[in-house]
Ligand binder design. Structure first.
Ligand SMILES: [Ca+2]
Length: 94
C-alpha cells in the first residue's frame, strides 16, 4: 500500500511537472509571437515607438514619460531597445 501511495504521489508530481513545462513553453511561444508582432521594423528589438504602440494595442496608452520609464525597466543592458530575452524575462517574472 505504501508503495502504491508513493507511486501515486510520484505520478501526480510528474503530471504537474509536465504540465508546468508545457505551460511555460506555451507562454514563451505566445510571448515570442507577441514580441515579433510588435517588432514592426523586424530588427529583432522593440524600440520606444514600438513599445508605445504595444501599450496602445493593450488599451493602456502611456504618456511619453511612462513609456520611457517602461523602457528603462525592460531594457536591462541599456541598449535603448528591448531584446527578446529582456522581454521574456520581464513578462515571465511578473
Ligand atoms: Ca524593432
Amino acid at each position: 500500500m505504501l508503495h502504491r501511495i508513493n507511486f501515486t504521489t510520484f505520478t501526480t508530481k510528474s503530471i504537474k511537472a509536465t504540465y508546468t513545462k508545457i505551460k511555460m513553453s506555451y507562454e514563451k511561444k505566445c510571448l515570442e509571437e507577441m514580441f515579433t508582432r510588435f517588432d514592426t521594423n523586424k530588427d529583432g528589438t522593440i524600440n520606444t515607438c514600438e513599445l508605445d504602440k504595444l501599450f496602445k494595442s493593450m488599451n493602456t496608452p502611456l504618456t511619453k514619460l511612462e513609456c520611457q520609464e517602461a523602457m528603462f525597466q525592460l531594457d536591462h543592458n541599456r541598449s535603448g531597445k528591448i531584446e527578446l530575452q529582456e522581454f521574456l524575462e520581464f513578462m515571465l517574472n511578473e
